[in-house]
Design a protein around this ligand. Structure first.
Ligand code: GDP
Ligand code: MG
Length: 163
């Protein structure tokens, strides 16, 4: 069985852009509007010799009853439950938010392997902006650029390591 990696994070941090890069697909809709991804959440990931399944989250079609926040939380829980490893995506340009802290505390209690990805870090391998993400209590933030393809291979290797 291929290992399963879930991409988790608040809206607009670049999860779908990362999903597209890992699956080389256009299945996940990338938008400048927070939370626009719909339908397809699963993709076949391939990176060098590594093959894995990727789950994108934040694609939701909220009903009047569930609402957006509830539906997002539900999707995140489902994806984490299905995953062997979680890539928790944060936005190094936007900085830490209360929502990042909430997701981090949920992930810490999930018992899943979590790799912290500091996205939108093109040209920022050593940036002091990375420092605040240690506060999440999930170890080292790994700078990546989903849009430009930097840091992706080592991130995925970390996520798959030991699975
Ligand atoms: P999601 O809501 O987490 O799925 O985020 P999206 O993948 O839809 O991306 C949200 C916005 O961030 C879009 O405008 C993307 O073009 C932009 N974005 C994604 N990855 C990067 C990146 O590595 N660098 C920069 N500068 N922008 C990015
Ligand atoms: Mg998305």
């Amino acid at each position: 069985m291929k290992p399963v990696i879930a991409l988790v994070g608040r809206p607009n941090v670049g999860k779908s852009t990362l999903f597209n890069r890992l699956t080389k697909s256009r299945d996940a809709i990338v938008a400048d509007f927070a939370g626009l991804t719909r339908d397809r959440h699963y993709g076949d990931g391939k990176l060098g010799a590594h093959e894995f399944i990727v789950i994108d989250t934040g694609g939701f079609e909220p009903t009047a009853e569930t609402g957006i926040i509830k539906e997002m939380a539900k999707q995140t829980r489902q994806a984490v439950a299905e995953a062997d490893a979680v890539i928790f995506v944060v936005d190094v340009r936007g900085g830490l938010s209360a929502q990042d802290h909430d997701i981090a505390s949920y992930l810490r209690t999930s018992g899943k392997k979590v790799v912290l990805a500091a996205n939108k870090a093109e040209g920022m391998q050593e940036s002091p902006l990375l420092g605040e993400f240690y506060e999440l209590g999930l170890g080292e933030p790994h700078p990546i650029s989903s849009a430009h393809g930097q840091g992706i291979r080592s991130l995925v290797e970390l996520a798959l390591d030991g699975l």
